[in-house]
Design a protein around this ligand. Structure first.
Ligand code: GGG
Length: 354
């Protein structure tokens, strides 16, 4: 009998509406081949909904998706709604309420994709960014005073807890143990005098329990330079919420395009559903033209398959992505081609199911 999964589907805004159906098409087709079926409950939570109703999602939104096996999200953001309103009205509450404290963002330079960085060669760059996802610089603590007056001010408190840093360090160290054994921790303890030395201390303490992992700590500014100059050096990179977010866009660009990067927002204990999304945003400049790169969303779907216990199906999707890039000229415009979202998706399916 086929394994059935219920997925909460939130296409969201802009190209999220275009790449999410592409990912579902791959899930359905590859799933069928592997004895897995998906039932989707689609939610219209988005900036359009905010414009019409005043809220990104309904008051009981989180309760409605709590019991799904996983959540698949397209993209969030539209010029009509301030970015902090759309993010804090949808994406961030999901991550926090469901304790999705790991944001896993793998990056590879695929054969057939030319990186803008000369030293980023296919087969050599294969790294994972492990971003802390529910605390750090993304914090509600703070406020604004004296709006409109010359002395107007804004204060934003970053929040780092021992529990929070410990669990993300353990996740990253565990992952490094199963990979090449190198963990790079992003810091800025020369300028940020409280939270970053604390981050460094906790990561170093936890590393003592992982003798097979070499830990290196790099200031975020120097780390960004090194990622560009020598991307093949890196294996697992961990960072706070903000540093991890910035690093994953940087590493995705080094790999050729932010359109190819996937993300898994994981609740490792599986007390709550985890959420899968492409790293890219809603890209209003190209939305509606059918040319968005669905690779990030399709790769995120592969990560979802893996999380749901279907490693073989996940590997088949990842291999199909690699095959399209290595063996065909099919590319969306962000990778220098002329293929549409649908054409790229078809090419992936041809390799995935033969
Ligand atoms: N595909 C997810 C998305 O739309 N992300 C937009 C974004 O700005 N994300 C910020 C973040 O991940 O913290």
């Amino acid at each position: 009998m086929a394994t059935q999964h219920r997925i909460a589907l939130i296409p969201g805004d802009g190209i999220g509406q275009e790449v999410t159906p592409a990912a579902c098409r791959v899930l359905d087709t590859v799933g069928k081949r592997h004895g897995i079926t998906f039932g989707y409950d689609e939610f219209d939570w988005s900036c359009r909904r905010h414009t019409e109703t005043g809220a990104m999602m309904p008051g009981d939104g989180l309760a409605r998706i709590r019991d799904h096996d996983a959540i698949f999200l397209g993209a969030v953001g539209d010029p009509a709604v301030p970015d902090h309103v759309s993010l804090w009205g949808l994406l961030i509450p999901i991550r926090r309420e469901f304790r999705q404290y790991v944001n896993l963002r793998p990056v590879k330079v695929f054969e057939g994709v030319e990186s803008p960085v000369r030293r980023a060669l296919a087969g050599e760059v294969d790294l994972v960014v492990v971003r802390e996802n529910i605390e750090g610089e993304y914090s509600e603590i703070g406020g604004r005073l004296g709006r409109g007056f010359p002395e107007e001010m804004a204060v934003q408190e970053a929040v780092f807890t021992r529990a929070g840093v410990t669990r993300i360090a353990d996740y990253a160290l565990g992952l490094a143990t199963r990979r090449r054994g190198l963990l790079t921790s992003a810091t800025k303890s020369n300028g940020i005098v409280h939270t970053m030395p604390f981050w460094d201390e906790v990561v170093a303490e936890r590393a003592l329990s992982y003798p097979d992992v070499t830990l290196e700590s790099e200031h975020i500014d120097a780390l960004c330079a090194k990622v560009v100059l020598d991307p093949a050096h890196f294996d697992v990179i961990t960072g706070s919420n903000l540093f991890g977010d910035i690093l994953s866009d940087l590493t995705a660009a080094v790999a050729g395009s932010i359109g190819i990067a996937p993300a898994a927002n994981l609740n490792p204990e599986r007390d709550f559903p985890s959420m899968f999304e492409p790293v890219h945003g809603s890209a209003p400049d190209i939305a509606g033209r059918g040319i968005a790169n669905p690779l990030g969303a399709i790769w995120a779907a592969a990560m979802m398959l893996d999380h749901l216990g279907h490693a073989e199906a996940a590997a088949a999707v990842e291999q199909a992505i690699a095959d399209v890039l290595a063996r065909t000229p099919v590319r969306t415009p962000d990778l220098g081609g002329t293929a549409t979202t649908a054409e790229f998706t078809e090419a992936v399916l041809e390799f995935a199911i033969g």
